[in-house]
Design a protein. Sequence first.
Length: 442
Amino acid sequence: MINQDITNYMANCFKNVTLANQPNGQGKFFADKSYAFDTVFFCSRFISRFRFGNMFNKHEYKEKSNNYIKDLFCLQPNAAQIQNYMTETIALLCFAKILKASSIKQGVYEIIDDDLLDFISTSFENAYIFQYLLAYSVFHNDNLWDFYKEFCKAEHTTDKQKIYDRYRHKYAITDTRVKDLEKGHAMFTPKFPMVVMNYINKQNMCSRTGKVQDNLVNINDISLNQEGTRAGSLANLMMPKKNSYLQDFSISYVVESLRPFLTQQYDTFKNIQYSDSYSIDIADVKLDMLDSEGKTSERKRKMQSGKYKKTSTGQIVRTVQGEFRNSLFKITPHTCPICGFKYENFLIASHIKPYSKCDDTYDAMNPYNGLLMCPICDKLFESANYITIDCKTGNVICDSTIENEIDFQYLRNKQLPIDYIDCERKHYLKWHNDQYYKKHSI
């Protein structure tokens, strides 16, 4: 069984975790955001990046985490739900005893289980495996597992509904947050762990209103990064959701990790099919952007060790830089616009505004924020050290230290075709021009 050591470890860690563990700041079981595996993965990865030793200060990094969530989930900047993604993930991690709220300072959390935090923040599938085992353990600890097995065995939706109603009542009595057995938490909180477990066990969707639906839970039901979710996407920027992991999610990997804990029978997967998600790279690009702000070099932190990274199967893996390069080849001629160099293997996908300076992954990944250049022109253009391209005219502007050099005479009176600047690229070239003149003004 894949991950047998870590799944057995988790089951042991969660053997005393119950719904009654929730009061007095001890964390909360699944909530609106934390039942989504992508929320838990992205937030855990943020915590792993911005921890300080074994501590994480939620308030210190509130602005960064809001920026991170807004970007990765393509939410409107003023969406009220943004901060709930991190808040509810932290509450779940506290409930699972991975984090512990500091008794000294509000908003500061001690990391008390490095192995589990590392596991969760390594892949989307691992985040889901953690959620499943947490739900599984609570159901066993609170005498809800028999209801769940009965629910899974029932063949008709009407029969499942009767079982779900009995389960929901038992859940509400056990859950210390419930005040009214027929309203609020009593209606919708029983849904969250049920939906998490129903996905891999191929069971029916359960709604917030307590209804068992005819359709089975699908990958969209256990994630939040999908079109049409609350708070909306940034449609005005034509930004698609960054959710390739919904299609790449490895059922075989999850099943072979969780097999002893499932009610659904699966044939043995001889080959584990997976791909490292392109969206992980996007998350790390955003983390790099945020980490480049301020004096973060003075912050000592533990980074992901890769201990639970899945081994490669020789698949071609999408990367942010690879996608950026491919997009540039689609929208621009396969030649350096400055010198005419055409050997494609040596052409470099050069960012006009570097990753570290971008405000958003939209800028970082936008092919109009780039040019295909030969290695020499790329070096000259990099960081606006020697040349820039006028955003209005397309003229190549050279630093005085190289304009008289024989090797660079080809730059004299060089002008890019209008197609290179009569587009969104003009915006990024304007930024590059400003950087150039700041460096070369005397």
